[in-house]
Structures are given as C-alpha cells and as structure tokens.
Design a protein around this ligand. Structure first.
Ligand code: HGY
Ligand code: MN
Ligand code: MN
Length: 399
C-alpha cells in the first residue's frame, strides 16, 4: 500500500470532527484501532508483528533474534486534539521506506524493525514516552501500573481491559539487546525548515523538559456572601502562578506552558476548594530549567502565604537533555548529503532510547510550524521525500 493510501487509511481513526484534531489515547478505542491498522500493514508485508511486554508494537523484516537490528518508527497516540502527523508520520514513513527498499530489490544484512511506542505523549497517564521508558527501565513498573487517567483508571486496568498483562511490564533487556540502532522520522514541530527551505533535517539534540503538577488548596465558600477579606481562594494563587511561570520563563529564555487545569468543584457561584494545574516547562539547559522551576515554586509559595492557601508541587515527568549519537548523526548527514542539523524542544522516544543504544532523528518540513494542534501539516511531496530519505538511511545502515 502506497504512502498516500496508508495515510488515507489511518486519517479517520480517532479524528474528532468538531475540531479536526485527534484523540488517540493509549489502550482506548481509537488507539486500539491504530494498533489493528499497524498489524494489518505488517501482515500485508509479510512482517512478523508482535506487541512487547510494555505494549509497544514491533514489525520485523528478518529474524530479530539475529540481533543488531536497524529499527525505525515512532508513536500512534496523540495529545488531545493533536495533529495528524505527530507520531503517525514516522510509522507510515517506516512502512513506506520498507516498500521502497523491497521495490529496489534490497536484501538487508541486518534485521529491520518498525516500531510504534505506546503512550509517547503521556496524554492519558501523564508520563511522556511511557512505552520506551518501560522498555529501557527508566520508570518503575509498579509506579507505572498505578498511573491513572482523568477517570481514575490505572494503567494496569487499561492494559488488562485491552487484553495485555500489566504484571509483565518492565525493562526488556532481551529486546534491547536485539536493537543495534534506532532512527525516528518525525514531522518538524516548529518553523526552522521552512526558513531554511529544507524538506529534510537531521536531529542533534532534545531540550530538557518536564511536567509539574501544582495543587492549590483553599476554602470552598459562597460567591455572594463571602467578604473579599474572608476568602481563601486557590484560583488567585493559581492565576498568579500562571503569570509568574510566563514571566520567569521569558526572562530565562525558557518555555513554560499551562495547558491543563482542573477546578473543584467547578461551580460558577462558589469559591473553589482546589485548583490543580500542570506546568510543562522546557529550556536549552538543565540548569536553566531547574532555576526557572525553583523560582516559580518560591513565587507560588509566597503568593500562597498571602492568599492563605496551600500550594504543593509534584514533578510528574522529566526528560533530561539528549544529544543524539554524534557518529550516527554525522553518518546520516553524509548519507543524505548535507541536510540541516536541528535541535528540538519536543520530546521523543528516540530521546529515551538514547540511554540504551545509538539513536537519531529525521525531521520532515512542516509549512505551518504548528504541532499539538489540528493545524499541524506536511505536504505530501515532503512526506515522500522523508520516506525516501529514511529508505536511503535504512539501506546504508542495514547493508
Ligand atoms: O511533548 C512533547 O515534547 C512530545 O511531543 N511528546
Ligand atoms: Mn507530540
Ligand atoms: Mn511525537
């Protein structure tokens, strides 16, 4: 099946018509449909397909037991109302690259794998790159099993309901030992390649980034009969924290975002008892990121004292700075003939796997520069150029 056909096949799965965004959450219906799509694509190509103990999907050309496999892929889950390309472009391009190699009569000397990692966005269970973190032992399995979604469903329950055994999750050394190198193709989540006029780029590094949950506790009371001076209003402390996050990030040349907030009990005419907000913060160095968070926590506690509220901060997800394997990065650059090399502020499974094996990334131009939103876009010719570039890289690495 050609790139465009695969793309058309996958496009309607989990698409929310009212916004045009995607809602593909791990182990929920739309993502299970994406899994079925992956398995059908693999079977159609005569690849052996398996789901590993952590819920990640693998399709193999050649026997993985031979080891030193060249693996490519990405993820199929999305952020709420995410774009069509973040994740799926890497998986569809992987299958398309295999088709190009086979059409050219290529016989790999090493096994070639196509992977789709589960819960890369952490949109359901809150921890980014959960599948690759479990595979590499970067997260404690018991802690992972206890992660919950907005409805209070644990990862363990979600896996069981989807027919997977949550007791088996954890580092998979045998599988890791079989992988020699991992190359992830991804849509660019920014505008650099437009400005450079470059359809393809190679990744150099991933900024350190993390997610912190801020809980603001106050005293629920009547909106119409509680004097201003008698209020203990967590919404105020929350609002100040949002403004402080922006200010401190801006001053430090960092990034801070509040995109998710819960208010309890969320009544129009009642002062809330609790406000819960998540800060996604990122910076070019870990020191800068740490100092932005330290300053923000201090400002938050100072404001809480003024408001009489209680603020607690919990780090829910953290990804240290990643520099992709230099030799591999330069090798890709040489193979592709001097394409730009870009750092990114977006996290990826290639960043997590980098702790266990050489990894690299290819980026495909995104004319809108928009990501994590329905406006995310890549032109078909650039997508085809991406699949070609990936095929060229796989041919070199697996020769
Ligand atoms: O949030 C990120 O950086 C990535 O898209 N998961
Ligand atoms: Mn993403
Ligand atoms: Mn992604």
């Amino acid at each position: 099946m050609l790139f465009e056909e695969m793309w058309r096949d996958l496009a309607p799965v989990g698409r929310f018509d009212a916004t045009g965004g995607y809602r593909r959450y791990s182990y929920a219906a739309a993502e299970l449909e994406c899994r079925a799509w992956f398995e059908a694509q693999a079977r159609e190509r005569g690849l052996t397909v398996e789901t590993d103990r952590n819920g990640n999907l693998w399709a193999w050309w050649g026997a993985p037991a031979a080891g030193d496999a060249v693996v490519t892929g990405s993820h199929l889950d999305s952020v709420p109302d995410g774009g069509a390309f973040d994740g799926p472009l890497g998986v569809v391009s992987a299958f398309a690259a295999l088709d190009l190699l086979r059409a050219g009569g290529f016989e790999p000397r090493r096994p070639i794998g196509v992977a789709a990692f589960v819960e890369e966005e952490g949109a359901r269970f809150g921890l980014a790159c959960l599948g690759s973190r479990l595979l590499t032992g970067a997260v404690d399995p018991a802690k992972a099993r206890a992660l919950t979604d907005e409805q209070g469903t644990t990862l363990a329950d979600a896996m069981s309901s989807a027919g997977f055994d949550p007791e088996r999750i954890g580092r998979d050394q045998r599988l890791l030992d079989r992988i020699g190198v991992y190359v992830e193709l991804h849509i660019e989540q920014g505008r650099a390649q437009i400005d450079l006029g470059a359809p393809i780029a190679v990744g150099s590094a991933i900024w350190p980034h993390g997610r912190w949950r801020f809980d603001f506790e106050g005293e629920a009371n009547h909106a119409g009969t509680t004097r201003i001076e008698d209020r203990v209003d967590p919404m105020l402390t929350y609002a100040n924290t949002v403004l402080a996050a922006r200010k401190k990030a801006k001053l430090a040349g960092a990034l801070a975002t509040v995109g998710k907030v819960h208010c309890e009990p969320n009544g129009t005419n009642a002062i809330p008892s609790r406000v819960r907000a998540w800060i996604d913060a990122r910076a070019s160095t870990e020191d800068t990121l740490a100092s932005v968070l330290a300053e923000l926590e201090q400002a938050t506690h100072e404001r809480a004292r003024r408001d009489g509220t209680k603020a607690t901060v919990t780090r829910e997800s953290y990804s240290a700075e990643v520099a992709f394997d230099l030799a591999l990065r330069d090798n890709l650059g040489a193979i592709l003939g001097g394409v730009p090399v870009l750092a990114t502020g977006a996290g990826h499974d290639a960043g997590v796997l980098a702790s266990s094996l050489p990894t690299a990334m290819l980026f495909v131009r995104n004319p809108t520069g928009v990501s994590h939103a329905p406006g995310e876009f890549a032109e078909i010719p650039d997508c085809l150029a991406g699949a070609e570039a990936l095929a060229t890289v796989l041919r070199e690495l697996a020769a």
